[in-house]
Design a protein around this ligand. Structure first.
Ligand code: 5BU
Length: 257
């Protein structure tokens, strides 16, 4: 049996025990306790909507993913409130910032500016285009706080350039920086390290696409055939006629793998 197959047989609890990264341990614990490997991509443009979805769907989620810079009425009280809701429901906050600059610049973008991401986000992500300096810059800000970095090893969009050798380089960078990197955005399981968590966006109940290059895969494809860990679902839940029912359906489906 190939090693990746063996790895997929570990329970979430086993992986919690094997993980060394504090945020990975925390996430594995949430997943095992709440019995959910569902993350919500909440792409809304007002604070009120963001807080509404976090509170409404919180019971079904292990992770709540934000794009904080699309809010039109952002004030710091929004992330303070969001943190309280996250604590109440027991989920992590993942700011999908996709940092992509040199270490010095990303350290400023992460710690400061309007959003002060490092003050509230448990997880962030970064492109590896700039090389290892980006990890060092983010680590300088986040490591003392125990936050975790996910590397963009693959993307869901049609025609993505994050493939082949680029993906392999992301895996190598993650393994080398496992003190701060705790996983990937990817379409499949990539790492043998049980502490590394694979998050896959671009998920729908039925495969397909949107009109701007997003490509959707099914839960079966992502968690079954491709052995990813966490599905990230956005519009298929938030735009559904009954979002609570669909979130619960996704939770059940994803938990079966
Ligand atoms: P959707 O509504 O399920 O299509 O939302 C997908 C979310 O995941 C959205 O917030 C994207 O920014 C995010 N995403 C993605 O779709 N594909 C990627 O490769 C990465 C992030 Br990285």
């Amino acid at each position: 049996m190939p090693p990746i197959e063996r790895l997929s047989m570990l329970s979430w609890q086993d992986r919690k025990n094997l993980a060394t990264h504090p945020m990975a341990k925390k996430l594995f614990d949430i997943v095992a306790t709440k019995q959910t490997n569902l993350a919500l991509a909440c792409d809304v443009t007002s604070q009120a909507e963001l807080l509404y979805w976090a509170d409404l769907l919180g019971p079904f989620l292990c992770v709540f993913k934000t794009h904080i810079d699309i809010l039109e009425d952002f004030t710091p009280s929004c992330t303070q409130e969001l943190k309280k809701i996250a604590e109440r429901h027991g989920f992590l906050l993942f700011e999908d910032r996709k940092f992509a600059d040199i270490g010095h610049t990303v350290s400023l973008q992460y710690a400061g500016g309007l959003y002060r991401i490092a003050d509230w986000a448990d997880l962030i992500n970064a492109h590896i285009v700039p090389g290892p300096g980006i990890i060092d810059g983010l680590r300088q800000v986040g490591q003392n706080k125990g936050t975790g970095l996910l590397l963009l090893a693959e993307m869901s969009a049609e025609g993505t350039l994050a493939t082949g050798d680029y993906t392999q380089k992301a895996i190598a960078l993650a393994e080398k920086n496992a003190d701060f990197v705790c996983g990937f955005i990817s379409l499949r399981k990539l790492s043998q390290n049980p502490g590394m968590i694979h998050f896959t966006p671009g998920v729908k109940l039925e495969a397909g696409a949107d009109s701007l290059g997003q490509r959707y895969r099914t839960v079966e494809e992502v968690l079954g055939a491709n052995r990813s860990d966490i599905i990230i679902v956005g519009r298929d839940i938030c735009k559904a006629p009954n979002p609570v029912k669909i979130a619960e359906l996704y939770r059940e489906k994803a938990w079966d793998f």
